[in-house]
Design a protein around this ligand. Structure first.
Ligand SMILES: N[C@@H](CCC(=O)N[C@@H](CS)C(=O)NCC(=O)O)C(=O)O
Length: 205
């Protein structure tokens, strides 16, 4: 398989799942700041120009974090990256969607890619402040989801890989994690696959 990723981005969550599954895959590094995602060879693989993208052995590509994570969990069921009851499954989808779509898609994008929201620099501070509100609210909600649990669905699942990358970003930009998220983040950092991924992506663990 071929995995298109950018170190320290949301693709880190998928990278963790690939390592948890101990899969053999080839990496293509996509430098978003340099505009690699807009190069014709990358657009040919993923016309949305986003990372992560996973190209499977048959040559077909999957885009969108949730879809890639779900496919990995279903394609390699022995690793039990999804709960086997419908209640557990629905909680995993609920978390994936909220983390990727809201905390990342509406919150962090306002902080990291403010210029996509307005070309008027005078508005940037207010846009970033709104992003911060969305992230804070999102992490507080996830803190409630984690109450009394080690992982989102009880045991480790694809939802934890998503939650991890928004916790990692919080850590990097000095947003204080609420207590259950902090414990979850620290627990994730103890997982060998997570440590391997962070080292491979150039971070000190
Ligand atoms: N909905 C997409 C979002 C992925 C996404 O926004 N990735 C960012 C990096 S964290 C990206 O590719 N940004 C480049 C762009 O959107 O132009 C997914 O779930 O994969």
């Amino acid at each position: 398989m071929k995995f298109y990723m950018t170190p320290g981005s949301c693709s880190t969550g998928i990278h963790i799942l690939l390592e948890e599954l101990e899969l053999v895959f080839e990496v293509t590094l996509v430098n978003l700041l340099a505009g690699d995602h807009l190069r014709p060879e990358n657009l040919a693989v993923n016309p949305k120009a986003t990372i992560p993208t996973l190209v499977r052995d048959d040559g077909s590509a999957i885009t969108e974090f949730q879809a890639i994570a779900w496919w990995l969990a279903r394609a390699y069921p022995k690793a039990k990256l999804l709960p086997d009851d419908i209640e557990g499954e629905v909680r995993v989808i609920e978390t994936l969607d909220y983390v990727v779509g809201t905390i990342h898609g509406q919150g962090y994008t306002r902080i990291f890619t403010t210029e996509n929201y307005s070309t008027n620099k005078a508005e940037h501070e207010a846009i970033q402040a709104r992003g911060r509100e969305i992230v804070d609210k999102g992490l507080a909600l996830m803190d409630g989801v984690l109450a009394g649990k080690e992982y989102v669905a009880g045991s480790f699942s694809i939802a934890d890989a998503a939650l991890f990358y928004v916790e990692f970003w919080a850590d990097k930009i000095k947003i204080e994690l609420p207590p259950n998220c902090l414990a979850h983040y620290q627990r994730m950092l103890q997982r060998p696959a997570v440590r391997r991924v962070l080292m491979e992506e150039g971070y000190r663990v």
